[in-house]
Every structure is written in structure tokens, then in C-alpha cells.
Design a protein around this ligand. Sequence first.
Ligand code: VGL
Length: 183
Amino acid sequence: MKKTKALLIVDVQNDFCPGGTLAVPEGEKVVPLINKLIAEFPVICASKDWHPTESVHFQKWPVHCVAGSKGAKFHPELDTNSIDLVLLKGTYNKDNGYSAFEATNIDFVQWLQTRNITDLYICGLATDYCVKASCLDAVREGFHVYLIEDAIRGVDLQRGDSEKSISDMRDAGVEIIDSEAIY
Ligand code: VGL
């Protein structure tokens, strides 16, 4: 069967970038890289944290990415023109929605299967939470998963969290690559 690839951009939203309520260190640095990567993929998906104000998620985290707010918008410099699918996650009060596969607006697996996607290339924010959860779910769902290491950044609540996450993803079967490998 012909291999078909898609790019999954995880949570490149204002609140995860400098000035946002849950800013990931250097979060904005992934944006130019991702804008360049977009041209290499026939299918582009992008997830968004999209929380209600009363989310249980805010017992652990500062309020961020409230549905419809400025903080929940994509970073203003992200090239959104070619995005084929926006995945909304964490949309219920009791739902953390770390993984793009927990999107509530669409059955993501079915959407990918319908388009014969076999290979998923994942980038975005944040390495140690939503990127990791999305990569691990993608492997579980049977996709061949590539993590684009220079196009991710982590929260690193504890020093080394991102490094440990990358190693966990590798152990799970995720291939770790650099964006240069794609051009
Ligand atoms: C995320 C922490 C809390 C993420 C979301 O997008 O990785 N991290 N909520």
C-alpha cells in the first residue's frame, strides 16, 4: 500500500507561547520551522486545547486556552492557510485532553484512515505533555510516528522532563528525527 503522510501540529497556541498564561520556554521558536514544514505535507492537522472555564485541568495548571479566547488562538505567525483539520480537545469540564486523539469534534483515527494516512509526523507544544500523549496514542493506534525534535519545546516543570519524554517516546516506537531529514 502507498504510504501517505500527514503533519500533526500540536497546540501552537498563544497561551503556550511567550506572553501566554502557560508559556512554554521558547515556544514561539517552533513557528518558523513548522511554517517551512507545512509545504512538505499533503495533509496538515493541528490540535488546539479548548477548555471550558471550569475545567478540572485548571486544578493542576494555570487557566489557559479557554475556548474562544485570545489565548486559545493559534500563534499569530503560524501559517494556518493549509490546515485541513483543527482538532479540539479538553473541551469538557472533566477532560484534560492532552492527546490530539482525545479530540471531541471528530473521530481523528477514522479521519486519518479515510485519507489512507499511515505515517504521522508530530511537532509543536509541549514535548512533555500534549506532544508526548499524542505520539504515544498515535503509536497505539498503529501509525508510523515521527517526532520532529527541533520543532518541539517542553514545559519542563522538573528539569529533564522533556528529555525523559523523548526517551519514553523512542522506547514506545516513535522515530525521533530533525526537520532537515524531511526536506
Ligand atoms: C499542555 C500542559 C497543560 C500541552 C496542555 O499542550 O502540552 N501542557 N496543558
